[in-house]
Design a protein around this ligand. Structure first.
Ligand code: SF4
Length: 466
């Protein structure tokens, strides 16, 4: 997989003596969701202290973090992916501000489709924004006098947000977690030693020896104070669960295979996608190979269903950052070349089925297919474990513009010719939904163009940062 960016991972821990360390290791588990910046905000003696920096988790947090945050018992954490041009420290999260309600810190995963409109409205009423990120909007809403009489200002503030969001938030006395009413992005609750945890993906719980407890439900606000967890909905009951839009791409590519996403194992989904792909697009071949790592489970499924042996046709260089996270096109191209090499003994003289999870611009796939030919493959049959990606995402994934998406510009036959392979087969949308064991609750708009919720007016990358 190539060319796409996640838009952030969030983690939180409440009332644990090792909160600073747990937040740090939790972020490590979520590193795949964003590599541009990382940050942790901790509650120490009733005050929020923040530590953010540019780079990978292992690069950002130094010894002084562990020294200065060791007394924190509650913390929120964030790892961020940025679009080109906005890779800057002031957009790193959590964002922490002093307001007339006290300190508030937030970390966000998703895109607010009305973020720009809300920002303009708030600026007209006097708000001064400190970042170019739509994530900051919630802070200004929370501080606004409009909600002075609300029992909990988070409820009316969250209710104003449209689009995709998972928030973790910290005030001077409690931890908050909230998920948009459509459930676009995953957000789960965990437990460890009596403490409460929140994470974008359940793999973060595994890493720190915690247990999965439940998902934050779409439209739900979770509040944790003095070890007590309270749950309520910030949208009216009649508007709940009527228009779910879980991002199917989390199962196709974004989430880690050892996570449970929307109540289902990502690894199982991907293996089923591969099996279904073998049924829909069989091939006469000698070997099945995966484009590692996200094609691994689908290739396994393809091999299991077809009976064609699976082998390691590509060798990945683990010391190169994920190619699509590089902010400039030039850096991306270099990283792609270094990252994967074809394994000649596996593919030479063979009819090869190669399984990948998607084709975005096509340039990366083309160079990978060329590598198989260079290594002596006799035939190359490319199989993709999702339908052609033709449309933009406005809900937290950084797709290129539609005219850069190869499937938006070319037919499958033209894509086959461009990639210089013998055949290309995409999983159907029905097959994909079957593989994730669900027919109704998933967003598939980047394939179908059928958006389940309104797309933004005047959408701007400036207003869609995480
Ligand atoms: S448009 Fe695609 S990537 Fe975006 S939320 Fe929907 S399924 Fe996910």
């Amino acid at each position: 997989m190539h060319d796409l960016g996640h838009k952030c991972g969030v983690f939180a821990v409440s009332d644990h003596t090792d909160a600073a360390e747990l937040a740090y290791y939790g972020l490590y588990a979520l590193q795949h969701r964003g590599q541009e910046s990382a940050g942790i905000a901790g509650l120490i003696d009733g005050r929020i202290k923040s530590y953010v920096g540019m780079g990978l988790v292992g690069e950002v947090f130094k010894t002084d973090y562990f020294q200065n945050f060791k007394r924190a018992r509650t913390a929120i954490a964030h790892t961020r992916y940025s679009t080109a041009g906005s890779s800057m420290l002031r957009n790193a999260q959590p964002i922490t501000v002093d307001t007339r309600r006290g300190q508030i810190s937030v970390a966000h995963n998703g895109n607010l489709t009305n973020g720009l409109a809300l920002r303009q409205e708030l600026e007209e009423r006097g708000s001064i924004f400190q970042t170019t990120s739509d994530s900051e909007v919630i802070l200004h809403l929370l501080a606004h006098p409009d909600y002075d009489h609300a029992e909990d200002p988070w409820v009316p503030a969250l209710a104003r947000l449209e689009g995709a969001f998972c928030y973790v938030g910290l005030t001077n006395d409690r931890l908050i977690a909230a998920r948009d009413r459509h459930g676009y992005r995953p957000l789960s609750i965990g437990r460890k030693d009596g403490a409460w945890l929140i994470a974008s993906e359940t793999c973060a719980f595994d890493m720190i020896g915690a247990e999965y407890y439940d998902d934050v439900k779409p439209g739900e606000l979770v509040s944790i104070k003095d070890g007590q967890l309270e749950r309520r909905f910030f949208v009216e009951k009649r508007n709940l669960n009527t228009n779910l839009a879980h991002c199917v791409f989390e199962h196709v590519y974004f989430a880690r295979p050892d996570s449970m996403i929307f109540g289902r194992s990502v690894h199982s989904s991907r293996t089923e996608m591969g099996k279904q792909l073998a049924r829909e697009h069989p091939a006469q071949a000698d070997v099945v190979v995966a484009v590692p790592d996200s094609g691994n489970a689908a290739a396994l499924g393809y091999s299991m269903e077809s009976g064609i042996p699976l082998d390691h046709g590509f060798v990945r260089n683990h010391y190169v950052g994920r190619s699509f996270i590089q902010p400039s096109q030039q850096q991306r191209a270099v990283a792609v070349k270094i990252k994967l090499n074809a394994n000649r003994p596996v593919v030479e003289g063979k009819r090869v089925v190669v399984v990948d999870d998607s084709i975005i611009r096509g340039t990366t796939s083309r160079s990978r297919m060329a590598r198989l030919w260079e290594a002596g493959a006799k035939e190359v049959h490319l199989r993709i474990s999702c339908p052609p990606t033709r449309h933009a995402c406005f809900f937290g994934i950084d797709f290129p513009s539609e005219d850069e998406l190869i499937a938006n510009q070319k037919t499958v036959e033209q894509i086959r010719d461009y990639l210089e392979v013998d055949s290309v087969g995409y999983l159907s949308e029905a097959g994909l939904l079957k593989a994730v064991n669900d027919g109704t609750s998933f967003c598939t708009a980047c394939f179908s163009g059928k958006y389940r919720t309104p797309t933004p007016q005047g959408f701007s990358k400036l207003a869609a940062e995480c």
